[in-house]
Ligand binder design. Structure first.
Ligand code: MGD
Ligand code: MGD
Ligand code: MO
Length: 745
């Protein structure tokens, strides 16, 4: 362990990029990078940060290179592999090992009573899935999960398949990710998405980065942040960990010019307690309101507040009643630092707030998001250039999937238009989200689980409970590029359908196809694979959905499934009819870098019942920890993409070689009577429930007292299925109450 880096990025990033490419075929890897995020190329399968308009610039990062390298590997998981590896034996291997076996290349089935996958034809696979689905007592016994890499075209077809079948059971990774943002923002501004674009960052005077580690998870964001800093914008970071990239960042593309120096990023770094953001934001807002009291009428944006908002009086009265001492205690941030943050906020005409999982995966995730909105509304920082909310999305098309109707709670207007397009009556009753789907499978209410990408078992909370849920299914189906644990925790029967990756050429009926994605800033653009697929047997995600649908509904039904699977222009035509903002989709998406979906928020038209944005009056959450308890967050290392572990080097944090670690404050380590390097057991507490994981190495780290950090997914077994965010069911991956015990040796 070498301790946190002094400047993130730089030469270390370049070295790591070359290393990950060297693991693939260098030529194939190089070809892939040539087309990454370029006009006519494919969208990076990493994060959802937008590409700059000037595509001439090289736009990829070290971690983007790793994601691509993982996909373009030459290793293949063949039928001989599956013959040699019964499922119980595969389950004994690590997630890291499973993913390293390479790409799935042909459809496979595990039949009831067997313990191995064996090959079957595509047609037989589609027929079998249709047979099992048809035998269900109700369409609501099927669950259709989506991970966020799925293209708009595939997502649109997939939700259509589920709805034509008769269910809204469309849980997605968003249920575990930015659901708190979507829920919180919809209530406040009438839309569950961010309101800024890249050019707003060029105008912002201050940027708040709260509960996000962009140095690892959104590295391309630093192109934007470094430019903002050089222009004089102020940056405030709020995070229990001192993430090194947020302190100082060296852009890999600047390395030769600025060797070793880098740009100082944060003007103020607030090391909040885990789960302490509501308290901190309230403290900052109290300081803002104090300033207004001193100079009445001159601090708040009264014209905006009067014309475009409601609820300020109630909000203000409630905040007045909360003493500063409570806010300092709950947040772990001094009043002086709250004052400094307020001063930066007040010194800026235009403010953007960015956030990610550090805010959403808490019991108070929705409240966290709404307090950010409150702060911005006070000075009219929503719906003007250079200002607004920026929930930074995770998966590269998670936002687009929602726009395409992947949602267990579809809007009635969407269903009406979908029904009109295909002359059918889509189900209206809300479906199951991720946590509800796990419970339904566990309790026998759902019997078929179909996953469009992702690694459900490993990404979900409460590993043992979720595994049992899948094992109780009649059939589990996975559409995937690489092998993962979810494919091995099977229902009675299981089918694996290998698909093309982003980087690969997709030809249907001799015609090359492209797909589209929507980034975090609502820009819709093309993505077109350029590499020869690793196997001629692979099908595209749209073709797979169409294949299942044809087996299920036949060709003479309501939806022209065969045509849709063979010509994505036809899918886009349907999207243009059904989804607002996609008019003339096929033409517009072929022009330049794509188009931005319109939002009334930019004109301060809020799609709320009153037409106004609302201040939300929220109580102060109290985190009452027993004297032996810690509040644990689960975080990503620099060497993974969600459940796919690339390696064991969390370079920016200086932690390497082991991912079964628990980060604790040095004084807490001493108080627990252990030493750095010792192995401990972690026990989570949720009411009377107890869950235990053994053998985590203690790492001394600069984290607030009584807070702890472990890696996702190693610690997922500790996250109780019942512990979810108020109002939206997001698992509380970042506030798990635990106790630490010396490992029984
Ligand atoms: N390389 C790479 N890129 C990725 C991913 C990946 O795994 N690898 N995953 C993608 C996905 S799906 C997503 S959603 C995003 C995730 O991107 P992030 O949200 O940046 O990822 P996390 O590591 O989950 O943690 C976020 C940060 O929240 C902080 N945090 C935890 N609890 C709190 C809290 O209570 N308050 C505050 N203020 N901060 C807190 C943690 O210290 C950490 O720095 O990244 C996307 N991009
Ligand atoms: N403890 C804890 N748990 C968490 C989180 C956390 O912070 N802490 N974060 C949550 C978040 S934010 C998210 S988004 C979820 C992620 O949950 P998921 O999206 O379900 O998981 P991923 O690990 O992203 O999925 C990886 C798999 O996707 C498949 N795949 C990759 N590319 C493609 C493709 O192009 N097509 C298809 N069909 N398949 C492909 C590969 O087989 C790979 O194994 O995890 C959640 N779980
Ligand atoms: Mo995510």
């Amino acid at each position: 362990m070498s301790g946190p880096e002094r400047s993130a990025g730089g030469l270390g990033a370049i070295a790591a990029t070359l290393k990950s490419l060297a693991r693939t075929s260098l030529w194939r890897g190089g070809q892939a990078l040539r087309h990454l995020n370029r006009d006519g190329g494919f969208d990076c399968p990493g994060c959802a940060w937008p590409e700059p308009r000037d595509r001439a610039r090289i736009e990829f990062c070290e971690n983007g290179a790793k994601h691509v390298a993982h996909e373009v590997t030459k290793r293949r998981v063949t039928r001989e592999f599956f013959a040699a590896w019964p499922i119980p034996k595969l389950l004994g291997e690590t997630d890291h090992w499973l993913e390293r076996q390479g790409r799935l290349v042909e459809p496979m089935i595990k039949r009831a009573g067997f313990d191995r996958y064996e090959p079957l034809s595509w047609e037989a696979a589609f027929r079998r899935i249709a047979e099992v689905l048809r035998k269900l007592d109700s369409p609501n016994q099927a669950v259709f999960y989506t991970s966020g890499r799925t293209s708009n075209e595939a997502a649109f077809l997939y939700q259509l398949l589920a709805r034509q079948f008769g269910t809204n059971n469309l849980p997605d990774c968003s249920n575990m990710c930015h659901e708190s943002s979507s829920t919180g923002l919809s209530q406040v501004i009438g839309v569950g998405k961010g309101t800024v674009a890249l050019d707003d960052f060029e105008k912002a005077d201050a940027i708040f980065i709260i509960g996000q580690n962009p140095g690892t998870n959104h590295p391309r964001m630093f192109t934007t942040l470094v430019e903002a800093k050089r222009r004089g914008a102020k940056i405030v970071s709020v995070n229990p960990l001192k993430e090194s990239a947020l302190i100082r960042f060296t852009h890999p593309q600047d390395v030769l010019g600025l060797l070793g120096h880098g740009t100082e990023i944060s003007d103020l770094y607030l090391q909040v307690r885990v789960g302490g953001d509501v308290a901190l934001l309230k403290g900052i807002m109290k300081e803002v309101l104090t300033a207004e009291d001193r100079a009445p009428g001159r601090i708040l944006d009264w014209a905006f507040i009067r014309n475009h908002t409601e609820g300020l009086e109630t909000f203000r009265a409630a905040l007045d009643r909360i003493p500063f001492d409570d806010l300092v205690r709950e947040s772990g941030i001094s009043r002086e630092d709250m004052h400094k943050a307020a001063a930066i906020y007040l010194g800026a005409e235009r403010v953007i707030a960015c956030w990610a999982m550090g805010l959403t995966q808490h019991k108070h995730g929705v409240a966290n998001v709404q307090e950010i909105a409150n702060l911005l509304l006070l000075r009219g920082n929503i719906g003007k250039p250079g200002a607004g909310v920026c929930p930074v999305r995770g998966h590269s098309n998670v936002q687009g999937d929602r726009t395409m109707g992947i949602s267990e709670k579809p809007r009635p207007e969407f269903l009406r238009k979908l029904g009109a397009e295909y002359r059918f009556d889509p189900p209206r009753e809300h479906g199951l989200d991720t946590v509800a789907a796990i419970r339904a499978m566990h309790e026998g209410g759902a019997k078929v689980f179909c996953a469009m990408g992702g690694n459900f078992v490993v990404a979900s909370p409460d590993t043992a409970y979720t595994e049992e849920a899948l094992r109780r299914c009649r059939l589990t189906v996975g559409v995937a590029t690489t092998l993962n644990r979810t494919h091995l925790v099977t229902g009675e029967e299981a089918i694996l359908l290998p698909c093309l990756g982003r980087s690969e050429i997709d030809v249907q009926k001799q015609k090359p196809q492209f797909v589209t994605v929507e980034d975090s800033m609502s820009i819709v653009h093309r993505s077109e694979g350029r590499l020869t697929p690793v196997s001629a047997e692979l099908k595209s995600e749209p073709a797979i959905v169409a294949g299942i649908a044809r087996a299920l509904f036949g060709d003479d039904g309501l939806v022209p499934w065969r045509d849709l699977g063979e010509d994505y222009d036809l899918i886009r035509d349907a999207i243009a009819h059904v989804v607002p903002g996609f008019e003339d989709f096929n033409r517009r998406v072929r022009e330049g870098g794509g188009f931005r979906l319109p939002s009334g928020v930019q004109r301060r038209e809020f799609a709320t019942p009153s037409g106004k944005a609302s201040f939300t009056t929220l109580p102060l959450p109290r985190m009452e920890l027993a004297s032996d308890e810690f509040l644990m967050m689960t975080i990503r290392s620099h060497d993974q993409f969600n459940t796919t572990i690339y390696g064991f080097d969390d370079r920016h944090r200086g932690i390497s070689g082991n991912r079964r670690v628990v980060l604790l404050h040095p004084d807490d380590i001493a108080a627990e009577g252990v030493k750095a390097g010792d192995l401990v057991d972690l026990e989570s507490r949720f009411g009377p429930e107890r869950r235990v994981l053994r053998g985590f190495a203690v790492v001394a780290y600069d984290v607030p007292r009584r807070c702890a950090a472990t890696y996702y997914p190693e610690a997922n077994a500790l996250v109780p299925i019942g512990s979810v965010a108020d109002g939206c069911n997001t698992p509380t991956y970042k506030s798990v109450r635990i106790v630490i015990r010396r490992a029984a040796s």
